[in-house]
Unconditional design. Structure first.
Length: 315
């Protein structure tokens, strides 16, 4: 929750073409185009309501132009989880759904919950993020084509194999481009090299952590685990003690950390010993793996916070 007190809370419902805006303090509703000109007009209008917190949902990329444009204009912007906002809307009795109503809910959500503003996103970070998204899309298509390979006839098989080769080549090119872009940026390069001193963390995992988890190294170990979504949550009621489970957080970061942990429990001595100790104590392997994910994240957080390479003592 943000410690800053704002005079105004602005909700923006983002779509591919338009931005629907709701001013919480006045109830004003208006629309601007989701492009450079529209953002310039929006920035001028919002300057009358400063200091304000702008709240928008993560919409799979459509919100990025508005996020960067408003941040460059000097506004604090919070990008929130759509599921949280929808649950908030239901809790406040708003069951209908339109773009204008969604903008109003976002403004109310901002005032009531006061989410933390997102750290400033720079163009280099956005470019790297989009490369990573494209790589994930290609890998998803690779998996689908590999699955098809076992079901098609011999006549069709050669076409699927051609697709596989094309996607594999594209993935390799993008991975090389990611490595090249990280090397060009001094800050990214230094962070990447520090993170890569941990066995299990490669260039792609480091890139995802740098771009999608900029808070890494700036929060406590409990805060960073909760942000990613690998902090165990209680499920107790009365005398019933439920199983602890993880929920929410940043899915793409968690997925990358999962893959890194699979490697770490094999080749990182400290994580491997920790995993084995949990399994020997009777923990389910899935539970032990999540615990290792959390431990690995805490180590990575300490590495950037202290600006020091990995050391076995950290575990």
């Amino acid at each position: 929750m943000s410690e800053i007190v704002y005079k105004n809370y602005i909700g923006i419902d983002v779509s591919k073409k338009n931005l629907d805006i709701y001013i919480r303090s006045t109830g004003e509703i208006f629309q601007e185009s989701n492009n450079k000109n529209g953002l310039e007009q929006l920035s001028k209008k919002l300057s009358n309501y400063s200091p304000c917190l702008v709240v928008m949902e993560a919409t799979g990329g459509y919100e990025l132009n508005a996020l960067i444009g408003l941040q460059q204009a000097g506004f604090d912007v919070a990008v929130v989880n759509p599921r949280q906002v929808r649950d908030f809307a239901k809790a406040t009795g708003r069951l209908a759904k339109t773009d204008c109503m969604d903008a109003g809910v976002l403004a109310h959500f901002g005032e009531a919950i006061r989410p933390m503003p997102k750290e400033t996103v720079h163009q280099e970070q956005l470019d790297l993020l989009q490369l990573q998204q494209r790589r994930k899309q290609l890998i998803d298509m690779l998996v689908m084509e590999k699955n098809r390979l076992h079901t098609v006839s011999d006549k069709v098989k050669k076409y699927v194999e051609k697709s596989l080769k094309f996607f594999e080549r594209q993935v390799k090119e993008i991975e090389n481009k990611i490595a090249e872009d990280i090397e060009k940026n001094k800050e990214f390069s230094e962070k990447s090299k520090l993170l890569a001193t941990t066995k299990g963390v490669g260039i792609i995992t480091a890139a995802i952590l740098i771009t999608e988890l900029p808070e890494l190294g700036k929060l406590s170990h409990k805060e960073i685990a909760a942000l990613v979504g690998i902090a165990p949550l209680n499920r107790d009621s009365g005398t019933m003690k439920g199983k602890r489970s993880i929920w929410g957080g940043r899915r793409s970061v968690r997925a990358s950390l999962y893959m890194a942990t699979l490697t770490a429990i094999r080749f990182n001595p400290a994580i491997k010993v920790f995993y084995q100790r949990l399994c020997d104590a009777g923990k389910v392997k899935k539970v032990a793996l999540v615990a290792c994910m959390r431990k690995l994240l805490i180590v990575l957080n300490a590495i950037l916070k202290n600006d020091t390479p990995w050391k076995a003592q950290m575990c």
